[in-house]
Design a protein around this ligand. Sequence first.
Ligand SMILES: C[S@@+](CC[C@H](N)C(=O)[O-])C[C@H]1O[C@@H](n2cnc3c(N)ncnc32)[C@H](O)[C@@H]1O
Length: 157
Amino acid sequence: MTQLSLVMVETRQAKPFLKWAGGKSQLLSQFENSYPLELKQGKIKRYIEPFVGGGAVFFEVAQKYEIGAAYLYDVNPELILVYKTVQKAPEKLIEQLDEIATRYRALTDDGRKSFFYEIRERYNLQRHQIDYRHYSPAWISRAAMLTTLFVFYIRLS
Ligand SMILES: C[S@@+](CC[C@H](N)C(=O)[O-])C[C@H]1O[C@@H](n2cnc3c(N)ncnc32)[C@H](O)[C@@H]1O
């Protein structure tokens, strides 16, 4: 399984950045009552999330309670690639997302659709060239493309 470990230094209003299927954002207030008392008392210093997905529960817990370290897992290597890229190269990822956003804003509706298909094709073609085990700069464009495709998909559907 693919894993990401984090040491919680500070989190500022971080929210899930991917609208992942089955995300639990809508259920967070219901989950609250089921959290262990020790979490609320700040006694739990290691948070382990076996199915992180979009991370709605993780972001909520990490910001509400004092957890020292978090270990996030997911079977989906594409997803973990995005989390690790956010961890390793946030500025470069933001730069690429800004470039995509600038290009997108300048396009007509039809142009935006073509842009979506263009990114999707590049994303699909790149798959076989990616080493999911070892970070490389190619991860940055892949993370930018996946994040963008999610946003596009929501806007165009
Ligand atoms: C519904 S999402 C989890 C929601 C998330 N915990 C939240 O807070 O919103 C389910 C995730 O579990 C992952 N998953 C499914 N089967 C798995 C397995 N056997 N091992 C690890 N992850 C798995 C999927 O890839 C998906 O990203």
